[in-house]
Design a protein around this ligand. Structure first.
Ligand code: SF4
Ligand code: SF4
Length: 436
């Protein structure tokens, strides 16, 4: 597909005095004009951008030995069973690795990795189930890459004094997965258990606040759709007034279980999400979530620099050759949530030139994303989901990103976004929204 057509959308808004206002938005050229044709942001300075590679099964991507972001899959076991887990259907595909593989991984690292990654992420399953592997990997990687940002996402339930000291010593940034009032979709609340509750709060006290070494990572579902309420709930229960928050956005539908329940929303759930995010830009609550802040900054930057859609990579960046997901046997996968024994094995680090990312579709290969008014915010959702799973995930992304667009407009101009018209093409196989 060439970089055309260039769809135009009308953003129908209401001014604070109740009068209707129309804005005109072209996402493929990041142009947002008022009804007189003047840019909403007066200081537009178009910048030159490189086109991204548009990966697809027919035009596979590749991986670089100079990985700026290295994602190490420790194993996929987890002591939780979140109802919408994006890994649940991949667990059987994971290569089973042992602690001894961690030493072998380090011993061969120099043969395939060039340069110093800026980020190294340690992934489970639940990464703290693999603490023995972390104890082998982290000190040596820290010695080799003293400036790299080390991170992991954990449910926090296995934290104890030894692990907290380890995290502090090697400066691991930790995101605790917790859905606040929607936590029951994940399972038991580790804050309720005396031991894990104690150590999670100790982690937040010690490394949170101004140090910004720990944050709480929320997946938005119908059960916690009011982001301001969720933020307050988390601050109260974690016992920290300056709790750093993050969100992965609206829940995806990675398997039949999620598709049948947790990934589905009613119209009133979507309305709560929309209003809480849009109003949260005015109150500041939405901007407490790092990824919402980042999306808003990025979107305003896209308008100011007239960023073409051709420069837009995939949301998770795993289409980027410099983002590499590997397991401890050196298998290269589509991403850290997939296993190397199934279709998502792309190759091996020992033959990096043969690695082919042929499991993914860049957003430009999907008709719905091409004709989407929030593509600059969403960047195409998950690049390997298909059919009903993609459609439902897309619907949730669409509502979430439209709410962020509404929030940006509300904060910057005072306008309330009511609806968007134009050539909007939604994915086929969207499950009808259940009535509230
Ligand atoms: S909301 Fe859906 S159609 Fe729009 S960019 Fe995201 S995945 Fe594509
Ligand atoms: S391809 Fe990207 S969005 Fe999809 S599961 Fe992997 S990291 Fe997440």
């Amino acid at each position: 597909m060439a970089w055309a057509p260039d769809p135009a959308y009308v953003l129908h808004c209401v001014a604070p005095d109740g009068s209707p206002v129309r804005l005109h938005y072209r996402p493929h050229r990041s142009e947002l004009l008022d009804d007189e044709g003047a840019p909403l942001f007066a200081d537009v300075e178009p910048q030159a951008y490189d086109e991204v590679e548009r990966v697809s099964p027919q035009s596979p991507g590749w991986k670089s030995r100079e990985a700026g972001t290295l994602k190490i899959q420790l194993g996929m076991r987890c002591n939780y069973a979140c109802s919408y887990c994006n890994q649940a259907s991949s667990v059987g595909d994971a290569a089973v690795t042992r602690t001894a593989d961690a030493a072998a991984f380090l011993a061969t690292l120099d043969t395939w990795l060039q340069g110093a990654p800026g980020r190294i992420e340690f992934w489970g399953g639940e990464p703290l189930l693999y603490f023995a592997k972390l104890k082998v990997l982290v000190p040596q990687l820290r010695a080799r890459f003293p400036d790299a940002h080390f991170s992991m996402i954990s449910n926090g339930s296995l934290l104890d004094e030894e692990i907290l000291e380890f995290i502090e010593r090697w400066d691991l940034h930790v995101a605790i997965s917790h859905d606040g009032p929607g936590q029951s979709l994940r399972g038991p609340d580790p804050l309720d258990a005396p031991r894990s509750g104690h150590w999670i709060r100790a982690l937040v006290r010690r490394r949170g606040g101004a140090r910004r070494r720990v944050m709480v990572n929320v997946v938005l579902t119908a059960a916690n759709a009011d982001i301001a309420q969720t933020a307050q709930w988390l601050r109260d229960r974690f016992g920290h007034p300056d709790l750093a928050l993050e969100t992965e956005g609206a829940v995806g539908a990675y398997d039949e279980t999620a598709l049948a329940g947790p990934a589905r929303w009613t119209p009133s759930d979507y309305a709560r999400l929309h209003e809480s995010i849009a109003e949260g830009f005015v109150s500041g609550e939405a901007l407490r979530y790092a990824s919402i802040r980042q999306k808003a900054r990025d979107f305003i930057g896209s308008l100011r620099s007239a960023r073409p859609a051709s420069a837009l990579g995939q949301k998770c960046s795993m289409d980027d050759p410099g983002h590499l997901a590997v397991d401890l046997q050196g298998n290269v996968m589509t991403c850290q949530t997939t296993g190397a024994r199934g279709q998502h094995k792309l190759g091996h680090v020992g033959q990096m030139e043969d690695v082919r990312l042929d499991t993914a579709t860049h957003w430009s290969g999907r008709e719905c994303c091409w004709h989407c008014p929030v593509v600059q915010l969403c960047q195409g959702g998950c690049m390997f989901l298909q059919d009903a799973s993609f459609a439902q995930s897309c619907e949730n992304e669409y509502r979430y990103n439209q709410a962020i667009l509404a929030g940006i407009l509300r904060q910057v101009t005072g306008l309330r976004l009511q609806r968007i018209t134009g050539d909007i093409r939604r994915p086929r196989a969207v499950i009808p929204i259940v009535s509230s």
